[in-house]
Unconditional design. Sequence first.
Length: 263
Amino acid sequence: MLTAEELKRATNNILEGNIIGQGGFGVVYKGSLADNGEVAIKRSKTIDYNQIEQFIQKWLRSCLEAKVPLLVYEFIDNGTLFKHLHEKNMARKICWEIRLRIAAETAEDLPYLHSAASPRIIHRNIKTLNILLDRNYTAKTSDFGASRLGPLDQNQLSTMVQGTRGYLGPEVFQTFQLTEKSDVYSFGVVLVQLLTGKLPICFDRSDGEISLSNHFLSSIKQNRLTEILEDFMVSEENIEQLTQVARLAERCWNVKGEDRPSM
């Protein structure tokens, strides 16, 4: 357990210049501890200790002296999957073999949350911004600020949609209820981003294909899959794997949650 004084020293008194990420559910600061080295410190707007399963992004220590409890995580220093897929200034693109491994590692996290954790956890915020990569491109699922059980009210849904547009299944807007199958839908969006390098929402696409799901499904229907995949990944030796992953993504987007695959 950390004292408030130790945490102030770790973050230079939690200066705003130390912020490395923030969203609808909290702020993350970069800090340094003598025994753990560089760390990420999260100040959550709400917190439920029963739902901190940080074997995924490793939870190191806590500080309970602050008004809002602060959590100290391992610091993942290679940025987010979103950054590597979409920022133009990245030195090189991630090859297909690494993308496939990232998909597998992310998929391995979800069964734990949905089945092995007690109580079970629905992440509710699976997206490329919440998949962190270390220097070896090992994927770590992060940001459990939205994780909870039970239905959403309209205000909660509105807050969530602002940060997860393009990742939520149609049932969320109809019932305000997120289930394990909602996470599966979001995982399908991540798969398609890995395949195509395209954003989940893009207003440069035609009206009916602004969402990546519509754009992708339309291309599949018209037998144009290879046209929307990242060019450098398409090869004779990769095409079978690429097609299989595309079919899996398509299954993740079944309208009825019960028809989506289990993780």
